[in-house]
Design a protein around this ligand. Sequence first.
Ligand code: IVH
Length: 690
Amino acid sequence: MVTKDLFASEASPPDPAHVEQLRRALHEHAHRYYVLDEPTVPDAEYDRLFQELQAIEAQHPELVTPDSPTQRVGGRALDEFASVRHAVPMLSIRTETDTEASGAQNFDARVRRELGLDESAPAVEYVAEPKFDGLAMSLRYERGVLVQAATRGDGEVGEDVTQNIRTIGQIPLRLPAGVPDILEVRGEVYMRRDDFETLNERQRERGQKTFVNTRNAAAGAVRQLDPAIAAQRPLSFFAYGLGEVTPAQAGGPEFGTHYEMLQAVKLWGFPVSALVDIARGATKLIAYYETIGRQRDGLPFDIDGVVYKVNSLALQRRMGFVTREPRWAVAHKFPAQEQFTTVVGIEVQVGRTGKLTPVAKLAPVFVGGVTVTNATLHNEDEARRKDVRVGDTVIVRRAGDVIPEVVAVLPEKRLPDAKEFTMPRQCPVCGSAAVREEGEVDYRCTGGLFCSAQRKQAILHYAQRRAVEVEGLGEKLVDQLVDGNVIRTLPDLYRLGLTSLASLDRMADKSAQNIIEALEKSKHTTLPRFLFGLGIRHVGEATAKELARHFGSLDAVMDATLEQLLQVSDIGPIVALSVRTFFDQAHNREVVEQLRACGVTWQEGAPAPVTPKPLTGKTFVLTGTLPTLSRDEAKDLIEAAGGKVAGSVSKKTSYVVAGTEAGSKLDKAQELGVAVLDEAGLQALLAGSE
Ligand code: IVH
């Protein structure tokens, strides 16, 4: 029986003006996004408009126009690059935005229906893959040599970006013997999160425009006309399919399944994600979606969903395409990592070294799996470049464990009287002058330890796990202690009594006792931890370890001249000066003496060279996820055994320790012939058995 409601919804024809408005908006957004790399709406909003248009057009095919955004896959080829006509069109994938299990169930049901499988037929076999958040690339090899790299463009015609793609270490320039004469490997060019952070940090330091997200950074690098600049923007690649390939009749390969094909592609030397898996039936698809969803934050690259593909190539051929989307694949999206919200205020926070950081206070918004209320604006220049103002509607993004960012402001939603942000010239906490030194991007409070914000940060820095570690001494407690004038300086911590602690608001006797015990425990520390804990500017953990190793005792570090400090490996003039300046200040020496008087101790050794350890003189680079050790643990073990851990691979690297999803560092190691170990290999070295 047909109900009245259904008639009602069919009876109202869509307003042609609305359809046109949707198309115009989509064209505009796509242009900004694909061509200008300056998106003005979150992806989720674009998807919503697109789907609304798609739904209307499906109901009313007479309204479809050849220039509708639904009739093309991506942005047009830019004029500056030569156009490339794809021998085999580059397809798009249907998007499933239902982020529940039903998203996967619906796809499986559709596949079974289209294949005419009834309930008794066995589960369909799929390949499940991450949906990488980069841009599609077709790599053409002729007789094993890379001859062309092309973007997707509109799916028929893309841009020739070979020059830029050649700079990607992960993409082979030449393939092993025996590959098909003609071979187009397709996949995603993307930027790893760590590379993205480094790039944006560098852009910020140079006062240049930062990138909104890894995809835009990757797209910007690929479209960079100067390959020298492109080369400085590290990109990565994952293969997920093929384009034109020498046919079987002419001696080309014959694959039965998508999975077999991926294994071959991997053997030919292309990165294929270790997360690719076979999944039988809807239940396994759902399990995959959930597993990858849980891993999403910890992955070294952004993904915006997973892709399901029918594994059998024969079945794929049977199912074919609708317009430009194969019926045998779907992209099942994860919840969005970008959302709209409004700026309710801009606060200036004071860090340990007095650095003032403007922070946008946001109306709470659920994005990337957490509720976000703050987003850093980094510094005055960055805040001005983004021109974020109180009352503005903004797009916030949170991906992985990365700090939430305001990626763009919607100028059309700005209130007429919104004022431009300016950095205060006085510390918002202590009122001391805030100054920006020449060549620096940051303003700093000149109040030093007079400033309670700096004192709090100094205490938190000292008490953190990787420094002297006072378990349970967190931000809230430090706020209470400093604001209530219970403590002023670091040594005051050790003078805290049970009664004064227990009398604090919301402090149970038991917790007070725990803090006292944690403080007692913290008295037995090591020289590197203590040095790091002092919070000397530019002295991070690694430098603290070097100083301790080189000088052997705290007194030797405190009395070292600039020349002596410069003898320490990895210490340059800026760090040396910072150490010297720190210990030249009477109040800092006083703090150190008082801490010692309170009973803080560590073992002091003779200056280097100390007893040889198994890894002395060896430099390691860690990449990917190790099966049992975290990064921190592996680093600790290596350093305890006398080795060093560096961030990038060079000829001086002794070993690269690689886990799953190892990235460009592994390729670099192979390129330079640096030895590669897995976790077991590292353990063997640590045990001194190799
Ligand atoms: S397969 C016939 N697999 O998503 C299907 N695409 O609109 C061709 N993408 O253009 C694409 N991860 O840029 C495929 N594992 C994956 C993918 C993937 C990301 C991108 C790709 C494509 C878009 C689909």
